[in-house]
Design a protein around this ligand. Structure first.
Ligand code: S3P
Length: 198
């Protein structure tokens, strides 16, 4: 892995990030947690997974949070965790697939970090989240046809993920390749924030 990302690329990526958090966003199953953990190791930064924080806070699994508090209850906890995480800098943060659904979360994450949206094709996502068993860990995929649900939800959320500063398709890449591509992209990143914004 260290061979895959030359030192000068690592140094440039670190410079681009500065104190900001590196925030991974995107649909379920695109690799936010696994890539985030590896990127954090390479960047020598603490790794935070917002879903893991929610589960710890609630002392329940994510499916149990959905079952007991409903999606709104889950989103409330998610916003609390995002607010808290965004008060600290220098971290790598993996978010949940629906985190950017609330404007307050987008604002907080963008104010404290650089957002990278990972994506993947629907069939790849389904395979990565457990195929027909997808609903076990992901309550939103507890439907008759999880592939169709993934496709529809991805379409509905496409604009939401555009809030990210960088986009990276992970469909045909393994975790190491994604982390490496991410660091190369970061190293060459030109901040376009502010351009065209009100
Ligand atoms: C969700 C994605 C999940 C988790 C929850 C809701 C979503 O996280 O936050 O089940 O709305 O897409 P992952 O993206 O890590 O699967």
């Amino acid at each position: 892995m260290h061979d895959a990302v030359p030192e000068d690329v690592m140094a440039r990526a670190c410079r681009v990030l500065g104190a900001r958090n590196l925030v991974l966003v995107g649909f379920m199953g695109v690799g936010k947690t696994r890539v985030g953990r590896l990127a954090a190791t390479l960047l020598h930064r603490p790794f935070i997974d917002t879903d893991a924080m929610i589960a710890r806070r609630a002392a329940m699994s994510i499916p149990d949070v959905f079952a007991q508090l409903g999606e709104e209850g889950f989103r409330g906890l998610e916003s609390q965790v995002v607010a808290e995480v965004s008060r600290h800098l220098g971290q790598v943060v993996a978010t949940g697939g629906g985190t950017l659904g609330r404007t307050e979360n987008v604002e907080r994450l963008r104010a404290s970090g650089l957002l990278v949206a990972l994506s993947a094709r629907s069939d790849i996502i389904l395979a990565r989240v457990g195929g027909a068993q997808a609903g076990r860990e992901r309550p939103l995929l507890r439907t008759e046809d999880p592939l169709e649900t993934i496709t529809q939800l991805r379409e509905k959320r496409a604009a939401m993920y555009q809030a990210a500063d960088l986009q990276l398709d992970t469909s045909d890449l393994d975790v190491i390749e994604v982390a490496s591509a991410l660091l190369f992209r970061l190293a060459d990143f030109q901040d376009r924030r502010g351009e065209g914004e009100a």
